[in-house]
Structure formats: C-alpha cells, structure tokens
Design a protein around this ligand. Sequence first.
Ligand SMILES: Nc1ncnc2c1ncn2[C@@H]1O[C@H](COP(=O)(O)OP(=O)(O)OP(=O)(O)O)[C@@H](O)[C@H]1O
Ligand SMILES: [Mg+2]
Length: 508
Amino acid sequence: MVLETRGITKRFGSMYALQDVSLSIRSGEFHALVGENGAGKSTLIKILGGIYPAGGGEIRWRGEPAAISNPRRSMELGIRVIHQDRNLVPSFSAVENVYLGLGYEKRGLRIDWRKMRSRVSLLMDEMGIHVPLETAARDLSPSQRTQVEIIRSMMTQCGLLVLDEPTASLTAEESDQLFAVLKKVRNRGAAVLYVSHRLDEVMALSDRISILRNGRLIDTLEGELKCLSGNTVPGKTGALKNRIISLMTGDPESAGGRRVERSRPFGDCLLEISGLSSRDGLVKDVNLCLRSGEILGLFGLGGSGRTETLECIYGIREKAGGLIRLLGKNYPRPSARMSLNRGMALISEDRRGRGLIPVLSVKENTVISVLNRYSRLGYMDDRAQEQDTLKQIGALSIKTSGPLQRVEELSGGNQQKVVFAKALMSSPRVILCDDPTQAVDIKTRQEIHVLLRELAEQGSGVIFVSPDLRELLEAADTIQIISRGRSGKRFENGGIGAEEVLSLCYAD
Ligand SMILES: Nc1ncnc2c1ncn2[C@@H]1O[C@H](COP(=O)(O)OP(=O)(O)OP(=O)(O)O)[C@@H](O)[C@H]1O
Ligand SMILES: [Mg+2]
C-alpha cells in the first residue's frame, strides 16, 4: 500500500465536504476516483497535496502515519498533484515551468539554461512527450499544459501521481496520448490516482475505481473490472457503467447518453459566416450557417481551429477577413461587448481565464454582463440581482450555499454551471458554446443538453464545440467538420457513426 487514508473528514463552515473517507492506493496501480460535481473529489486531492489540512482522520504513507501539513511535505513524501485548474505560470516557458520550485541548475553563479533544457528534453523523450520547450505556457494547448505538469512531477522521485480531471478538455486522440504517458509513469513505479467524468475511459484503464457521493466513499470496484478485461460483450460494459452511475447518484435508474430530439423545423439563418479568417492565421476560411432552432456541432481534432473560430466570431480574437451576418445584419468588427448587446453569447472553454472572476460571488458573476438592467435612478437593485441569480441556481441546480458564496469556493463542475448562468442572463439568440460540459458530471451533462435543446426550441441557435465526438452525436442536429482552420463537410446528424466522422476529419 503506498497511501492510505483512514476516516478523513473535512468541513467548510457547517457543510461536510468529506466524511469518514477511507481510501487505499496500492503501489503501481491505476486508481480512478469518480463522483458527481461537488462530491468531494478535489477536496480529497487537495488534502493529499497539502493544500487543505484534513479536519479529522489519518493519512498513512507506505505504512507509516504521515502528517501532510503543507504542499512541501506532500512533495517530500513523493506525492505529485496536478490540480483541476492547472498550475503553470502563463508567461513562463515550458522549461521554466518544469523547474518551478525545484531550484534552477547553476554553473558558478549563472543559471545553466542549457543543462536545464537538456534534462527536460531527455525526460520528455523518455516519456514520449513532445512539447516546444521555449513556448510560453499560455500558448500551449490544454493537453500540452498537462504534459508539462507531468514532466515536472517526474523530475524527482515520485511514488504517487494524482491528476484531477486530466482529460477534461482533450480529444480522444489527446487522451490516448496522455494515457500512454501515464503508463510510462506507472512503469517507473508510481501509482496513479486520477479523477475523470469520462466513465468509458475510466473503465477501460483503471485497476480499481472508487466512488464518492456527497463526501462519502461509497464503494471501490475491482473484480467487476477484471471481468471486463478482454471481454468484448458491449452489454457488460454498459451494465457496469450504469452501476457506477447509480452508485454516484444514489439513484437506481441511471441517466446519460440519451439523444435529445428536436420537435420543430429549422427557421431563418441567425448567423451566417463566409470566408472568415483570423489575423493570427489560425482561422483560415470558415463558412457556416446557423439556423433558428438548430444545434450545430462543430467538430475538429485538437488544433483544428474550433475554439479560435468561435473566438473570432465573438470578437475576442482579431478577425482578418470574411463576412459575418448576425440576425440579418452585417457585423464587420465583432467585439465581446457588442456581441452581447446584439444577442450573441459565448460560453468559453477557459472558465478561469475568460469566463469567471473567482473572488467574486455567484451573484456578481451571474449578473456582471447585464448590470445596467438593475440600475434604478443611480442605485443598484440588489434584491432583483439576487432573485435572478436564485432562479439560475435553481434552473441549473448549482450546488452552492447561496448567491453570496464566492465562485472560487464552488467545485469545478459547479463553476462551469455559473459560466452558463451568466451567458443565459442576456437571453441570447445565438449561443456559442465551447466545450460547455467540460468538468460536469454525466447527469448534469444531460441536463445541459436538454437546456440547449429548450433554448433552440424557443428559437435560438446553438453552436456546440466539443472535443468529444460522441457527445456531439448525442446533442447536435447538424455536424460541421473543421480542419486546419477551414470548414469542411457538413451533414445532418442521423445514423452516422463516430468512425465515419473521424475518417472525414482525416480525409484532407
Ligand atoms: N474553499 C471552499 N470553501 C467552501 N466550500 C468549499 C471549498 N472548496 C470546496 N467546497 C465545497 O466542497 C464540496 C466538494 O467540492 P469539490 O471541489 O471537492 O468537488 P468535486 O468532487 O471535485 O466536484 P467537481 O466534479 O465539480 O470538480 C462542494 O460543495 C464545494 O462547494
Ligand atoms: Mg473537482
């Protein structure tokens, strides 16, 4: 046993985030931790990483009691944690980030950059990772950022690598790469504990799966997974998945994976894009049309320009050329403020960078873009703001102590719901969503699909970007392929399989 927790408890105010959690991690195992949004996964991980002290209980490391009072102590034991919101310095290069907290290599009094670069690139080669060493972290893709953190973890002896949702915004291909790297981590003798909402991936890769619900450890599955290995009967995987979901939700009937059907024909074109390109060249030639009542799934592989296209339409990435018509009017120079006023909202992929202000409350974040609506003769109508926020909290079942709680205190998935609440406040006709269900649990994911469908039924149009093709096939009416900054084939989503769509992406 490399790590064992015994009866760990953690309270925030009067609320228990963890209650009597006893979890064991064996050396060299792949252990998954699953649970609904707000179940306590990140809290447990933060305790292992020395960020929060446990409120009660005991932690044992390689059989001995260990007090993990701060992050340094956790490091010394050999625990490495990659948190849900990645911890890189945006302006630092990959090499600088890898060396954060390690002490730079020196030759005499000077920093020996050459030695640092060569150590990092050697380790990267060994792990099969290829990240440009001089690029600033802010310009790396989510998958590359995770890889930089893994390299940082591996620079010194590591007994347990903990990853909080490492695959949240990765495409299937990028996840596969990541898991290949994690296998190498394991071959070096470390155990891996990781959190994921992607149950198919969890079932395929883990040796054991632990399930948290409302702060309690409900079960750890092992034998069931052994039965799966080498088993090709899909029914068996499906049955286990349903079992995991019902353990997570406490609900014997599991939801998830249902397609949400549309009941009305498409209406007018709400957003028409032709020949769109961005100043930085990442968007080259995008053409598309979004109709009222339509959920348009925009799919491309990592680096295809899907996110950049949305940013360019919305006006947070500089447009170079092309035509945008929004609700029948030309929209030559988009900007975030104007887009909102004209009925277009963006739910951004990067909830911390562009979506939310963590130190402000749920209420302040929710109403921030429509504040002028609440001004009465120079005063702000606080009660109306609070009531509108309460409505959104109810509609999206946001787990929070109330409108005044700071957003940074919410679990990752619940923060994502606040991003949604904020976008819906402006009653947009055109909704651009970039990976809107990242970090949300499987039940909420279905709820978000239903919500988007309702908005479409009321006459809005939705462009839905997701790295997860299966999700798009569940949610979208139409699929538009995008590849290397150019729009490709477009087709109705009916009876087409994931393999076919992928082959179209690789076609050119
Ligand atoms: N600093 C904090 N102050 C107050 N409450 C907190 C704090 N951190 C977490 N919580 C609460 O503890 C509960 C568990 O949160 P945690 O982040 O561990 O959930 P999670 O399982 O990681 O969920 P997700 O899948 O959404 O990331 C939540 O209800 C959250 O609001
Ligand atoms: Mg979390």
